[in-house]
Design a protein around this ligand. Structure first.
Ligand SMILES: [Zn+2]
Length: 90
């Protein structure tokens, strides 16, 4: 029985990816995605902590701030990350 890529289903040379295996192209893509997330997290961490600290002092709970972060993250799903800033478009 031959194995196939867990992402695209292609047969052939497979590289371990988590608990399964992926083809070289999907493995490379996955590594880039992981790096992008880690980079974004590193950029956002000081901003989010400063934002949260200010709003905790204003009386918002940790739970509320987590919910707001989740909503903000979800709102990015419908935006073009390279598109114009909607707050600056006239
Ligand atoms: Zn693949």
């Amino acid at each position: 029985m031959s194995e196939t890529c867990c992402v695209c289903g292609a047969p052939g040379l497979l590289i371990p990816l988590g608990h399964s295996s992926a083809c070289p192209a999907c493995s490379t893509q996955s590594a880039a995605e992981v790096a992008a997330v880690e980079h974004l997290r590193k950029l956002l961490r000081p901003v989010v902590r400063a934002w949260a600290g200010g709003w905790v002092e204003a009386g918002l709970s940790d739970e509320t701030l987590r919910a707001l972060l989740e909503l903000e993250g979800a709102s990015w799903a419908s935006e073009d990350p390279l598109g114009a800033d909607p707050d600056t478009v006239n």
